[in-house]
Every structure is written in structure tokens, then in C-alpha cells.
Write a protein that binds this ligand. Structure first.
Ligand SMILES: Cc1cc2nc3c(=O)[nH]c(=O)nc-3n(C[C@H](O)[C@H](O)[C@H](O)COP(=O)(O)OP(=O)(O)OC[C@H]3O[C@@H](n4cnc5c(N)ncnc54)[C@H](O)[C@@H]3O)c2cc1C
Length: 387
């Protein structure tokens, strides 16, 4: 990992940017306002092999890693059309199944995730646990007669459940020796009895929607448990690190898009004798935003490289820092972009104001700014915990 991109990765960026430019922001807002999904872009990205860039070739993927998938997401975002479900379906669910799933699960899910014909959502957040995922209470117990699992609990803010064929649900099983609850992952198909969803009315302009899920004694065959019942935490983090890296790429893409709009505007808009971009009060914050985004991108590349090299522990710290840096850079870039356009920053025509809430998602999810600062305080710096 040199920090300098290979020719292959540069070529991937260019190719994805071409696809993104063909769709662009107008497509995204059009789809969202029509209450539709990004089916055309999703299918085209699939055809070009982008959706499964990180998945094994043996299952129809591109044989790359999170590095390649994060480049895809960043470049689509920079073109104004980020695909949020790339974070969830191939990056989290695809990775977990590829690394820990049974052969049957790999055969059933990975080819469809890679070619875009199947989508999987991911549910860990619970209403009464929030950032404290150690407190989740969705619990699986075994039916002693059939060997099936019975899963009960609630999830909140789960993205894309309406378009997902299944949700990878994080629950707990009881350790028969200690009686303690340990994390485990289940594939819950969308039409399973007892599994219901309610859309949450989010104030975010995005084609991907969020849902509250209720699992009421949902009966699942033994084959829906992903991997090993005793390695739940390891398996979970196999998915959470890619999620953070991909959220960083999502944030950098959106930040780059907003900055680009602002810079083009600042070059043209003239209200005195020179374009407003000549005023340092306008130019410097844009330059700062660019630097922040570039630094975040460097950290994201490092996190992805560590993850792809199999260094889960190193990737954990780097992924957290990348997500933090990218989330903050994105929020600042969008804020400055809106400001640069003056009144036009708040018009629908220029389409920047709606990015304010989208950018905030990267500060809150999948792990908030404060929880990352906590992580770095405790894990990296060895400072004591307050909670
Ligand atoms: C658009 C969107 C999409 C999402 N998609 C998914 C999804 O697909 N799947 C999924 O499982 N989840 C998803 N989430 C949920 C997301 O991961 C959570 O919102 C996030 O983890 C924060 O949890 P919370 O909202 O319960 O906030 P809380 O945990 O209630 O936190 C509220 C505030 O308190 C702060 N806080 C909490 N504890 C501490 C502490 N110890 N120290 C300092 N500050 C603290 C937090 O930083 C935050 O600012 C999504 C959320 C959004 C907004």
C-alpha cells in the first residue's frame, strides 16, 4: 500500500465515472421523486461487473476486494448517483457469506448478489440498543423437535428491505455452557412468516428507504445460520469493517460531487468584477474541503488495503478512522458547497440542499462520530472508558 493508485485502479475509476456520468444527479433525483428505485443503474453496474467486484470469481464475482468495490461506490457518488445498497448487499452480506457461509449459502446467494439479480439487506440496529450493539435482544432459540431456529426481536433504520430478497439479521443465541448470549447471523428471506416491516418516514432524499422490522417467532431452517454459531463476533466484524470502508467511500463520493458543483459555480458567478471564486473567503474553504476529502480518501484506501490483505485488526482501526474522516469531510464539503451557491444552494434546480441530510447519514451511520472517537480514545490511545 503506497498511497498511489495502480493503473488498474485508475482505469476502474475512469470506467465507473463514465457510467456515473451517463446517469448523474438528475437520474437520482428523478428516480427518488418518482418513488422508484435505481433499477437501470443497478443493472448496468452489474453488467459491467461492478456490483460483485469484491466477490470470489468462483461465484460470479470479480475476484477483487473492498478496494475495488469502494472505488465503484466513490466514483458513482462523485457523479451524483451513489448506490447505498452497495454498502449492504455485496460489501457486508456478500463478504460475510463469502468468508463464513456454508457452500450451500455461497451457491444460493453470491452469484445473484454479484450479478445484481438478488439483493440482501443487513439488520443490526435495534430501537433499545442503538450504538450499543452489545445490548441487542433479537434472540434465536432452537426448536428441539425440528432443529429449526425461532428468531424474535425488533430492528430499526434497516435500509433497502423493500428491494431485498432477504435480510442478514444479527441476533443472539444462548451459549449452552455459559447461558450467555452470543452474536450470530441469520439469513431471513423476505416473505418468511412472522417477519414484517414498516417504512420509517425519513427526511432524506434518497431512493433507498429505511424500515423498522419485527421478527415474531420467525421459523428458520438450520441452514439459514451463517457460518459457525461460536464465531459470531469474528464473522460480524468481517462485515462491519467493509461497511465502514464503504460508508467512507460513499461520503467521499458525495463530498466530491458537491464540491465540484460549487467550484464550477464559483468560477462563473460574478457579482462584482471577478468571479466569486476569486474571493479567498469563497476559495479557501473549498480548497480545505478538497484537502479533507483527499486525506479521507487516502485513509479509506489504507483501510481497504489492510482489509483485503487479511489484516482484520489493522483494518478495524483504519476503517473507523476512514469513516470518521470521510463523514466529517463530506458534511463540511456539502455545507460549504451549499453556501458557495448563495440562494441557489437551496434551490431544487441546483440540487445541493437535499445532500445536507444525506451527508449527515455518513456522520451517524453505521457508527457515529462519537463512537469512533470513543474507539480511538480507548483502543488506540488507551484512555479510560466513560460508559
Ligand atoms: C439513513 C440510515 C440508514 C441506516 N441503515 C442501516 C442498516 O441498513 N442496517 C442497520 O443495522 N442500521 C442502519 N442504520 C442505523 C445506524 O447504524 C444507527 O442510526 C447508528 O448506529 C446510531 O444509532 P442510533 O441512531 O440508535 O443513535 P444512538 O445510539 O441513540 O445515539 C444518539 C447520539 O448519542 C451519541 N452517543 C451514544 N452513545 C455515546 C457514547 N457512549 N459516547 C458519546 N456519544 C454517544 C451518538 O454518537 C449519537 O450522536 C441506518 C441509519 C440511518 C440514519
Amino acid at each position: 500500500m503506497t498511497g498511489i493508485e495502480s493503473e488498474e485502479h485508475k482505469a476502474l475509476r475512469t470506467a465507473v465515472a463514465d457510467l456515473g456520468t451517463r446517469y448523474g444527479r438528475a437520474y437520482m433525483t428523478g428516480v427518488t421523486r418518482a418513488g422508484r428505485h435505481t433499477d437501470e443503474l443497478w443493472a448496468d453496474a452489474a453488467k459491467l461487473g461492478y456490483l460483485g467486484a469484491n466477490l470470489p470469481e468462483a461465484y460470479g464475482g470479480g475476484g477483487g476486494g473492498i478496494t475495488e468495490l469502494s472505488i465503484v461506490l466513490e466514483e458513482l457518488g462523485a457523479a451524483g448517483c451513489p448506490l447505498l445498497m452497495l454498502i449492504v448487499s455485496p460489501a457486508i452480506c456478500g463478504t460475510v457469506i463469502a468468508r463464513f457461509g456454508t457452500d450451500a449459502q455461497k451457491r444460493e446467494w453470491l452469484p445473484g448478489i454479484a450479478d445484481g439479480t438478488r439483493v440482501m439487506a443487513f439488520g443490526i440496529t435495534e430501537p433499545d440498543a442503538g450504538s450499543n450493539s452489545h445490548r441487542i435482544t433479537t434472540t434465536a432459540r432452537r426448536d428441539p423437535d425440528t432443529g429449526d431456529w425461532l428468531l424474535t426481536g425488533r430492528k430499526v433504520f434497516i435500509s433497502g428491505v423493500d428491494i431485498a430478497d432477504a435480510v442478514l439479521v444479527v441476533g443472539r443465541t444462548e451459549d449452552s455452557r455459559t447461558g450467555r448470549l452470543k452474536p450470530c447471523l441469520f439469513i431471513v428471506p423476505r416473505d418468511t412468516e412472522g417477519f414484517t416491516r414498516r417504512r420509517i418516514d425519513m427526511d432524506i432524499e434518497s431512493p433507498e428507504k429505511q424500515f423498522e422490522l419485527t421478527l415474531d417467532d420467525v421459523r428458520l431452517p438450520a441452514g439459514t445460520l451463517v457460518g459457525d454459531e461460536d464465531a459470531g463476533l469474528l464473522q460480524l466484524f468481517a462485515g462491519l469493517n467493509p461497511e465502514r470502508i464503504m460508508t467512507a467511500a460513499f461520503a467521499i463520493g458525495i463530498g466530491r460531487y458537491a464540491l465540484d458543483v460549487a467550484v464550477r459555480y464559483a468560477r462563473e458567478r460574478t457579482v462584482w468584477t471577478e468571479p466569486i471564486g476569486a474571493h479567498q473567503a469563497v476559495a479557501h474553504p473549498l480548497a480545505q474541503a478538497h484537502i479533507d476529502l483527499e486525506l479521507a480518501r487516502l485513509m479509506t484506501g489504507k483501510a481497504a488495503a489492510l482489509y483485503d490483505a487479511g489484516d482484520d485488526a489493522g483494518a478495524g482501526e483504519a476503517a473507523n478512522m476512514a469513516k470518521y474522516a470521510a463523514g466529517e469531510a463530506c458534511v463540511r464539503a456539502v455545507d460549504q458547497a451549499v453556501h458557495t451557491l448563495g440562494g441557489n444552494g437551496l434551490t431544487r434546480e441546483f440540487g445541493l440542499a437535499s445532500l445536507i441530510t444525506v451527508a449527515r447519514v455518513a456522520r451517524i451511520a453505521p457508527v457515529s462520530r462519537e463512537m469512533i472517537l470513543n474507539y480511538v480514545s480507548h483502543q488506540t490511545l488507551g484512555l479510560p472508558k466513560s460508559y
